[in-house]
Design a protein around this ligand. Structure first.
Ligand SMILES: *Cc1c(COP(=O)(O)O)cnc(C)c1O
Length: 367
């Protein structure tokens, strides 16, 4: 018998998720470009909805009926196929707990979102990593990893932190190649940002297949990360399984009120898309013109690769930019120590980043 309580096997293999930094020492004005939050903030109508709340002493609606109805109306879905959660992180964990246990395997890609690994290990499962090709998801490498122990394949599309995406044809090919007992999780956290004809988040696949789940979030384009709102849409048996294991009041009242207002404010989302389209292209162009490699992104962030030369590495750049109050994301944890992830910010922040990178590459000292 152990002399003190011991966590289940797998728990100590987890490297706790390290969120993007939000402060820089000794700098007056900080631009947080490390967590893919929107520079436009939430819809003013969402803020208003939270302000107008009363009766915080009452439990919220445990089945999030009105929020599910608002989401369903916006996306043309059946509300009974939706489950809401405290961020899509919670839903990813719940799906994993419902379908995976010790001895089971979950597959995600080489530079895929780290929350998948944490969810798998938490459930006692075994993480299996599929290689990418040129920072892109490779369907064949995922299919090659499938065994009879595979329970879930997780796909962030677009992927964080690379910003690359998989055309819908490829998603369908992946699905067609999976055995029917495997759950395919399509994590479409950045779907609203994508402007590509061959991209689809995959609602059609969720509607027609028995083993496909999509997760979505209010943390990114809707600008409500602080309130923790996510949702998933899935076939009825998967909805049923997740509803059995989720906390009975996993969605709080302010989150639901804000979510309803936000999803109805399509003009605000359109503004965010337009801002992103303009500045994603601008940042890509300007940073490439400095001689740095930018991985083509369809989301609201960019992966910038730095040279492996003393004084010019990603780590050096991060220190230099932090000194100017520009907080980017180190992505060593994703196996990408030579790169930084930059969230598209306000015009001011975007211009400051390019200026700072220019000075950094010149070997310029901070002003
Ligand atoms: C940000 C992000 C999420 C959203 O997480 P929430 O828990 O909803 O805030 C999910 N998946 C990916 C790939 C993300 O980058």
């Amino acid at each position: 018998m152990p002399a003190r309580p011991e966590p289940r096997p797998g728990v100590m293999k987890i490297d706790a998720y390290v969120p993007g930094k939000s402060a820089a020492a000794g700098v007056a004005k900080v631009h947080k470009l490390s967590s893919n939050e929107t520079p436009l903030g939430p819809s003013p109508k969402a803020v208003e909805a939270v302000r107008n709340l009363s009766h915080l002493e009452l439990y919220p609606d445990g089945s999030a009926t009105k929020l599910r109805e608002a989401i369903a109306a916006r996306y043309g879905l059946d509300p009974s196929r939706i489950v809401c959660g405290a961020g899509s992180d919670e839903l990813l964990a719940l799906i994993t707990h419902a379908y995976m246990g010790p001895g089971d395997e979950g597959i995600f890609t080489e530079h895929g979102f780290l929350v998948y690994r944490i969810a798998i290990l938490t459930a006692g499962g075994t993480p299996v990593v599929a290689e990418e090709k040129d920072y892109r998801t490779d369907v064949d490498s995922i299919l090659a990893k499938v065994t009879e122990r595979t329970k879930i394949v997780y796909l962030a599309n677009p992927n964080n932190p690379t910003g690359t995406y998989m055309p819908f044809d490829e998603v369908k090919r992946l699905h067609a190649g999976l055995p029917p007992h495997v759950v395919l999780v399509l994590d479409a956290a950045y779907a609203e940002y994508v402007r590509r004809n061959d991209y689809e988040a995959g609602l059609e696949l969720v509607a027609t297949a028995e083993n496909v789940v999509m997760t979505r979030t209010f943390s990114k384009i809707y600008g409500l990360a602080s309130l923790r709102i996510g949702w998933m849409v899935a076939p009825a048996p998967i909805v049923d399984a997740v509803n059995r294991i989720r906390g009975p009041f996993n969605m709080n009242g302010p989150a639901m009120a804000a979510g309803i207002a936000a999803v109805q404010d399509e003009a605000h989302v359109a503004k965010a898309v337009e801002h992103n389209e303009q500045w994603l292209a601008w940042l890509t162009r300007e940073i490439e013109a400095l001689g740095l490699k930018v991985t083509p992104s369809v989301a609201n962030f960019l992966m910038i690769t730095f040279p492996d030369e003393p004084g010019r590495t990603a780590k050096d750049a991060d220190a230099f930019l932090s000194g100017r109050g520009l907080i980017l994301r180190r992505i060593d944890g994703y196996g990408l120590p030579h790169a930084l992830r930059l969230t598209v910010g306000t015009e001011e922040a975007n211009r400051l980043v390019v200026e700072a990178l220019r000075d950094f590459l010149k070997g310029g000292r901070d002003a």
